[in-house]
Write a new protein. Structure first.
Length: 242
């Protein structure tokens, strides 16, 4: 199963999570509009005000995806100072450690169970949360964070009793960021852009650290998660993480 999911991850990498501006001319015109009425003339169709996350390229749960609605992908958001993202995580999928250089990030769970981890700066403690539907956490601007779908699903019975089911399920989360150009910087993908000798020295020695070839590309924003989670999923159990 691990090998199959890894292959899927590499194949879906062609659908890149880096946002491309769909209508540069319209965005430029919206930025130059003197009044809101001028903006409305530029966004004259009702369809200009609708964004369909599921219709976007790269929307998937194999292994997962990050779909952003921002000025680049949804021009109506130009000058609004806001990005909304849909985070899809297939069983055991994760968002690798990353940061947003220009935005604080609020994330609320809609489906499934997701463990999140965040560190703000050197000397700060690790903040861990388990997000189930209706629960939210915050990643301050510039903080390093990551998350993984643990595969567990909470079942609510008529009497209010809560049980954890076994097996693997999808997780869906909604992310709100206070910038229309939030930016995303993946830690390991960026680290290995530096000269090889400096990267090796940063790990403490010539033979330390993983090989750059083993780091998944940015792809759709999500990658295959930990081997421990995948093993629990394969065996029909649930994974609680660390």
């Amino acid at each position: 199963m691990l090998a199959r999911l890894t292959i899927i991850c590499l194949l879906t990498a062609a659908a890149n999570a880096v946002d491309t501006t769909v209508d540069p001319q319209l965005v430029t015109s919206l930025k130059g509009a003197a009044t809101q009425l001028d903006r409305l003339k530029l966004l004259s169709s009702d369809s200009d005000w609708l964004f369909d996350f599921k219709a976007q390229k790269g929307y998937t749960y194999t292994p997962g995806s990050v779909v952003n609605a921002n000025a680049a992908t949804f021009p109506a958001l130009t000058t609004m100072g806001m990005t909304m993202a849909m985070l899809n995580l297939g069983p055991c999928a994760m968002l690798p450690p990353h940061m947003h250089p220009r935005a604080t990030n609020l994330v609320v769970a809609v489906e499934g169970t997701t463990n999140t981890y965040m560190v703000e700066e050197n000397g700060a403690r690790l903040v861990k949360q388990t997000l189930t539907p209706g629960k939210m956490t915050i990643f301050p601007q510039g903080s390093l964070h990551t998350m993984q779908n643990t595969g567990a699903m909470l079942l609510h019975l008529q009497l209010g009793t809560k049980l954890t089911s076994s097996g693997c399920t999808n997780a869906t989360l909604i992310s709100a960021l206070n910038s229309e150009d939030q930016g995303t910087l993946n830690l390991l993908n960026s680290l290995y852009m530096f000269p090889d000798d400096l990267v090796k020295a940063s790990y403490g020695g010539e033979d330390s650290g993983p090989a750059a070839s083993g780091i998944p590309p940015v792809g759709t924003g999500s990658i295959v998660g930990s081997a421990e989670c995948l093993a629990a999923c394969k065996n029909g159990g649930s994974y609680t993480g660390h």
